[in-house]
Design a protein around this ligand. Structure first.
Ligand SMILES: [Zn+2]
Length: 178
């Protein structure tokens, strides 16, 4: 295909112009690029997502220990750190890591490590890449799910596209990759 900006010829499957870097990937209904390499109608169900979540919790657990320890070590070097303060440091570091891990990875890769291992990814209902705005909304939706006794997660079991409340809030779905 020819680049609409500089008319350089690129291969048909290129996402970016090799000359000017212009975005050549197909754009979906809401103006974001369409994700290729997925099975758009093969929705990831409750159990595969539960396994993916367990893997993510394990990864996050390790990250929180490493980062919490490092931050605690730095603060500890100032002296006079009580156990209560250490606990608060761990809580803050843990919360920030959870937010960053989930929202950033979903935007950057469309999947967390758990989703990558189980072969599933998040896209919008129009099969587009997930923006930061939607990714944060989706994360907030998960917190709402937790606060409502996980009813929002269980919705995914009954929904025809297996979307939980957090998916409905963010206009996303979780599908299998090819
Ligand atoms: Zn170009």
């Amino acid at each position: 295909m020819f680049c609409p900006k500089c008319a350089t010829q690129n291969t048909d499957d290129s996402n970016f112009c090799r000359n000017c870097g212009a975005n050549l990937a197909p754009v979906g209904k809401t103006g974001h690029n369409i994700v290729t390499g997925i099975k758009p109608d093969k929705y990831a169900g409750f159990w595969i997502r539960a396994v993916s979540l367990l893997i993510d919790l394990f990864v996050l657990g390790i990250l929180i220990i490493i980062c919490g320890f490092s931050v605690g070590f730095i603060f500890g070097s100032f002296g006079g750190i009580t156990f209560d303060i250490m606990e608060q440091i761990y809580t803050v570091v843990g919360a920030l890591l959870c937010i960053f891990y989930e929202t950033w990875m979903t935007v950057r890769f469309g999947q967390t490590i758990g989703k990558a291992i189980t072969g599933i990814r998040v896209v919008t209902t129009h099969n587009e890449y997930v923006s930061y705005k939607l990714s944060v909304l989706r994360f907030l939706g998960k917190i709402v799910n937790l606060l409502t006794l996980c009813i929002g997660f269980l919705l995914a079991v009954f929904h025809y596209q297996k979307r939980g409340l957090h998916d409905m809030i963010a206009n996303t779905k979780v599908v299998y990759v090819k």
